[in-house]
Design a protein around this ligand. Structure first.
Ligand code: NI
Length: 191
């Protein structure tokens, strides 16, 4: 059973996507646990072609609670992280109350821009983000507070999801006059 699918995900423009989400309190309520489990199941299974097709799941690297109508600081991220040449491992984070505590001055962006489960309209352009970040959060999978050092794709996905918790959408960052413009200091991430 899926509580989340293509038809239930909150779509832009919905004011819930523009709201600053509330911090989660501990110990976690059963409701909060259910939300984390639903989001984990969604993101994990959306990456499986067969399940995605069968259960109407749009493939994703992450989801944030406001995208399912819950205005709390919770997000799940699942990506294939490059660990060597053409070598990848799947990494998962289920983060509660995540905060960026430091970041590089250097910026990066995905080569072809970003997409979002809540945005069906195409918004072309580079989305500049911090290349590296340090995030403090409670990790629901590890059941403890963690500090995560992220760079490249993981850093970009984390910033995209943390933005959701602050009512920010990826196209807010696109240069309106010149969407693909960038200087040589921007690291372009192939994806
Ligand atoms: Ni999104």
């Amino acid at each position: 059973m899926y509580n989340i699918n293509r038809d239930t995900i909150v779509q832009d423009p919905n004011p819930g996507l523009r709201t600053k989400c509330e911090p989660v309190t501990f110990p976690l309520s059963q409701e909060d646990i259910n939300t984390m489990e639903d989001m984990l199941k969604y993101v994990r299974d959306s990456r499986d072609e067969e399940l995605a097709e069968k259960y109407n799941l749009q493939p994703a690297n992450g989801i944030a609670a406001p995208q399912i109508g819950i205005l709390k600081q919770m997000t799940v991220i699942v990506i294939d992280q490059e660990v060597g040449e053409d070598e990848y491992v799947q990494v998962e984070y289920a983060l509660i109350n995540p905060r960026i505590i430091s970041h590089s001055k250097k910026q990066s962006a995905l080569e072809y821009g970003e997409g979002c489960l809540s945005i069906q309209q195409v918004h072309e352009g580079l989305v500049p983000r911090h290349w590296r970040i340090k995030v403090h959060a409670y990790d629901y999978l590890q059941k403890k507070e963690v500090i995560i050092e992220a760079k490249d794709l993981l850093s970009i996905v984390m910033q995209h999801e943390i933005d959701h918790l602050n009512g920010i959408l990826f196209y807010d960052h696109i240069n309106k006059e010149n969407p693909w413009a960038h200087d040589s200091s921007l690291k372009i991430i192939e994806y």
